[in-house]
Design a binder for this molecule. Structure first.
Ligand SMILES: Nc1ncnc2c1ncn2[C@@H]1O[C@H](COP(=O)(O)OP(=O)(O)OP(=O)(O)O)[C@@H](O)[C@H]1O
Ligand SMILES: [Mg+2]
Length: 302
């Protein structure tokens, strides 16, 4: 796909003197596409490059209902090719619920506190929501915690001043206390994703995450749950003995004695399981049920 000249110019400047970059903009303005381009440029310039994907619905790094950090180990076609190194379980696919908002704020801080030693760290924020209070709270937390060297704001083509070419549009502003804000435009013919396409993307994101996954049995007598077990077919976050999320899974069924959990191959013992709120797409549940893998007991730390 065509990369606008303004995007190239901004990326060149960032690569010359890298640091933390916060990407902002409404839905469907090319944030993910820009992040991918910048991350690849960083990787090609031999910078240790990482991405924090804060999107919990259209998750590229880690499955839906989580925020994830990944480090580039090759050039990628899309962010979804970056393996998640850290995930934080939010438990919902939309930031419109108060509990999801609380988890996003808390998880963002937690993920940013990980020691990763990156030269270039790109943070793709979530799209502006109707909830202005939450968004302004999130933005002030982002500015404080990240202290970004660069902020890149992507505007919808219809939001840029008239008589300007989208491809060329670039405005620069120095931030108080250092750093720079770039405002650029999404390319013209950008297509918005239909709800169906978004759903398909979520299913694909789960299946990617579950590649080489396993089925685990959770004894119903074990007291490891956080949150109320009101329904099955929800995602859940797996917590280790340090109290950190280390993986995410889907609770896809039960029998008299056990709950069934599908999760990546777990290399640690589980101390606690936090339940999500929203039912997972039936295609994902079908996959968990159909795939031909023998069940094993969940490794639990008592
Ligand atoms: N430079 C480009 N040229 C052509 N198409 C593009 C370009 N950038 C993005 N697109 C397309 O536009 C659509 C939206 O882009 P993208 O997913 O990057 O937006 P976003 O702001 O991250 O959206 P979201 O709100 O879902 O996070 C995608 O289908 C993408 O393939
Ligand atoms: Mg995006």
């Amino acid at each position: 796909m065509e990369i606008p000249k303004s995007w190239q110019k901004v990326c060149e400047e960032i690569i010359t003197s890298p640091g933390k970059v916060l990407i902002l903009g409404r839905g469907n303005v090319g944030k993910t596409f820009f992040t991918t381009y910048l991350a690849n440029q960083g990787y090609k310039a031999k910078l240790k490059t990482g991405v924090l994907d804060m999107d919990i619905g259209q998750s590229n790094i880690g499955p839906p209902t989580t925020m994830g950090i990944g480090i580039l180990e090759k050039e990628v076609e899309g962010l979804y090719e970056i393996a998640p190194k850290e995930v934080y379980f939010v438990g919902a696919i939309s930031p419109s619920h108060p509990f999801a908002q609380k988890n996003i704020l808390f998880g963002f801080k937690k993920l940013m506190s990980k020691k990763l030693d990156l030269d270039l760290f790109i943070i793709e924020s979530i799209s502006y929501l109707r909830d202005k209070n939450f968004m302004s709270l999130l933005l002030s937390l982002e500015m404080e915690v990240i202290s970004p060297k660069y902020v890149v704001i992507l505007l919808k083509p219809t939001d840029i001043p008239t008589n300007q070419n989208n491809e060329e549009y670039l405005s620069e502003k120095e931030m108080e206390g250092g750093g720079k804000i770039f405002t650029i435009s999404a390319p013209k013919g950008i297509k918005s994703k239909s709800p169906n396409k978004r759903k398909k993307f979520r299913v694909e994101s789960w299946l990617r995450y579950f590649k080489n996954g396993k089925r685990y049995l959770i004894d119903k007598r074990w007291d490891i749950w956080e949150g109320e077990m009101t329904q099955l077919n929800v995602s859940c976050g797996l917590v280790d003995k340090e109290g950190d999320y280390f993986a995410c899974g889907v609770l896809y069924g039960s029998n008299k004695d056990y709950y069934y959990l599908f999760a990546p191959n777990l290399e640690k013992e589980v101390k606690k399981i936090v339940l999500g709120k929203k039912e997972i797409e039936k295609e994902v549940i079908e996959f968990c049920k159909m795939v031909n893998i023998k069940e094993e007991k969940l490794p639990v730390l008592f």
